[in-house]
Design a protein around this ligand. Structure first.
Ligand code: 3PG
Length: 208
């Protein structure tokens, strides 16, 4: 499986989730899945993130689980061992690209500048996360990158919301978007699973 195939199969949006308590992992993934989203990214920002990846993959195998905030080569192996089907990084690092290739883990590193994009191209990549999307120039920046980098497709993440995700998806060089707005920490903390399902359903409904 390649990262391109995985991103083409997601329903336009990858929910980015941070699991603070392992008890929240399954209800969050189920809520999103019930809303029609069958891919998600668990960020490695909490001690239980690896357990959350493992648990979601084990209990809801239909869901394509990725790992986010991967910043070291060791984490690439750890997330793969936990069952992650793809990994995402906020930045670009040649060693991580190499290790992901070696262990055959589909990988989406982040870029923000033309120089980083050319480096990614040199490393053989064509599909990149654009991060932090809104803060780095958002729609205007992505449009400006389209002419010089016609072959590169982006998954913008960072500052994407219910209000702007469709504008990003309308760009030709955007393959999908990622964001935490579908499972906000407040709703997870309050166990408002139905509300998370409704947020996912809104997205899926608007793409049909
Ligand atoms: C992140 O790494 O924080 C993700 O890209 C999500 O960003 P968001 O919380 O702004 O959606």
């Amino acid at each position: 499986m390649t990262i391109e195939l995985i991103l083409e199969q997601v329903k336009s949006v990858i929910p980015v989730i941070q699991i603070n308590n392992i008890e929240d992992a399954l209800p969050t993934a189920r809520a999103l899945y019930e809303g029609g989203l069958d891919s998600l990214e668990v960020t490695l920002r909490t001690p239980c993130a690896l357990d959350a990846i493992q648990l979601i993959k084990q209990e809801i195998p239909e869901v394509c689980v990725g790992a986010g905030t991967v910043v070291t080569p060791e984490q690439l192996q750890l997330v793969k061992d936990a069952g992650a089907e793809f990994a995402v990084s906020p930045g670009l690092n040649a060693n991580l690209v190499l290790v992901a290739k070696q262990i055959e883990l589909p990988y989406l590193p982040g870029v923000m500048t033309p120089s980083e994009i050319t480096l990614a191209m040199e490393l053989g990549l064509k599909t990149l996360k654009f991060f932090p999307a809104e803060q780095a120039g958002g729609l205007k920046m992505l449009s400006a990158l389209a002419s010089p980098f016609a072959d590169i497709r982006f998954c913008p993440t960072g500052g994407i919301s219910k209000e702007n995700y469709e504008d990003f998806l309308a760009l030709d060089n955007v393959i999908c978007v990622g964001g935490s707005w579908l499972a906000p920490k407040k709703l997870v903390k309050g166990e408002k699973w139905k509300k998370i399902t409704d947020l996912a359903r809104d997205v899926v409904g608007s793409r049909e």
